[in-house]
Design a protein around this ligand. Sequence first.
Ligand code: NOJ
Length: 728
Amino acid sequence: MIEIYKNPSYSSKERTMDLLNRMTIEEKIGQMCQVDGRIDSKTWIFEKHIGSFLHVTGEEVIRLQKLAAETRLGIPILFGIDAIHGHAFHSGATVFPSQLAMASSWNTELLEEVARITAVEVIQTGMHWTFSPVICIGRDMRWGRVDETFGEDPYLIGVLAGAMIKGYQGKNLSDPYSILACAKHFAGYGETQGGRDSAEADVSERKLRSIFFPPFKEAVKAGCTTFMAGYNAIDGIPCSANGWLLTEVLKKEWGFEGFVVSDWNNVGWLHTTQKVAATLEEACHMAVTAGNDMIMSTPEFFEKTVALVKEGLLAESLIDDACSRILELKFKLGLFDDKRLPNFTESNSLIGCDNHKKAAYETALQSMVLLKNDNEILPLSDKVKKIALIGPNCDDVQSQLGDWSFGTREFPERPTLDYHSEYDVTPIVTVLEGMKKRGGNDVEILYEKGCGLFDDEGETINKAIECAEEADVIIAVVGDTNTLNGETRDRVSLDFTGYQLHLLKALKKTGKPLVVVLINGKPLTVPWIKENADAILEAWNPGMEGGNAVASILFGDYNPCGKLTISFPRHVGQQPVFYNKLPGWHGDSYVEMTDEPLFSFGFGLSYASYQYSNMKIVSSKLVMTDELVVTVDVENIGKYDGVEIVQLYVNDVYSSVTTPLKELKSFKRVHLKAGEAKSVEIKIPVTSLNLVNRHNQTVVEPGTFEVMVGGSSRDGDLLKATIEVMDK
Ligand code: NOJ
């Protein structure tokens, strides 16, 4: 019999069918398994026909892939990793700012490039699949994983995720530098109660379809090849056991042709933790029937599922469907024809190369958000000759790189691969290094840590004060670190930890100008600095080039242009607080304070200032097939060239269901030289003015809509006009 599956002149579908017909039930179920490649890999390859390993790289990948080639059918292994802001587990690779940071750039081209570079570096280490982008909505800052999101807005998340998917997957999967992307965690995972990771997220179908599904649907449209199911339960049903979610909606309604992977041991959890399955067999049965195609890190899945099929308790057709989805992507990636083994000569010249570092620098620049700048204290004037650089995050590599970089994901049950000690930190430029380099011989940098992020180093505050008293300006670099962010790291407080606030207050007392640089995974409750600092720069987890980028912005080599994609609460008790809320509340504030965020979605200052005027709607009576066309004049009335992010929001004035006060529908990044004015045109299809009605149908309801355009989501920053939408 000719071996069609070995012949590249046949289509991926034909090759998949041919191969599937040759496979035993064990071989098919083996393809559905993914385990940590650091555990017992030989048994998995030769006895359990493993489909995928995660979290192994480099030389080990070559060894395992070569072993797989010796098996009966020689099916290549798919290697996956969490390369979510660069290939950051790999020593020497380019580490970009965190996803939340990058989102503040609102720059799709930039994010596509970041993902492309990540793909190129991932490929160099023999891997083919990244568990990125995270498409969860970040609305509750107590949740540990907010740093992994693009923020709070479904439209913006969809657009940015689409860009990253394109970057990872390239034009074609057969391009040797393309890897699989993974839209995760499907769905509602960021909306769990109390910010408790993986707990229940009680969102109705209408809410799913209005808020949580749209960005995932965009991921399907962008061609995303894999989806990861969330750990959380919705209305009592864990996502991994939810056939409506994974099969009816994702695969049938949206036509998703790739495969679904369950999250780490979520299938085991169905039995041990979420307790919807009385036995592990039942959990495996449930997972396959619901539509999970690959099972991550539930090693027992192999034996249990083989037994289920052999006993006639699970239909083999379900296994065939899952297995063929996986095989087809292996064919599309070209793995049967070229194993894409790492080429170390090429990788040495590509991983972390100067061009990639330049992109990390550019991304860091565009990710930073200027939150306050009183009396134009920034950029630093030429008169500044001595800077007191103070704070626990001035010189902290881990805080700067953020989560999912070295040393941050060592689960106790896994054999320790000590990324920390193997990781080369020399290419990482901290703020201290960046400032010293930029200051050169002209500006003296006096550094004192002042205090740690936690409780033990408060006594060094006095040294910091002495240092501040000698300087012309204080730059305080404070925030949080990786142990306060990430999976299993949910918080009840969003205040500064340790002596940081104490340090800032003491610095303020010196009377010297106080500039605060925040290095933190997610928004913190920082009302004191809003009141008391002269300037605030939100730098997030800015990645390996973060120190250079902070210095460039502070010294005025670069004009900051980032805007928040997430609201800063004033107080943890306001959680969740987000801009696209529904109207309706008895009263309009809490007893103790307003419900307004400290800093709003879409907000961000610049060294320039932009004036909006002359908003026009080209035609204000529209039918469903029309486009809404809005123009507005934007003028840079400042002294610096800059980039303004012009935002368009819409409110459906009266509708059959309560709809948000405003929703972002489009935006444009506009370059404006000092003194320059431009007429900016934004077009959106009338169909995007939709809502999900009480029958869960997505429709546009005729009537009046308020259209708003401006530089942030705050009412005071928006020009407004109305339009009428008619049936015909
Ligand atoms: C669990 C996390 O929820 C998921 O995002 C990640 O991709 C997997 N572990 C693999 O590390």
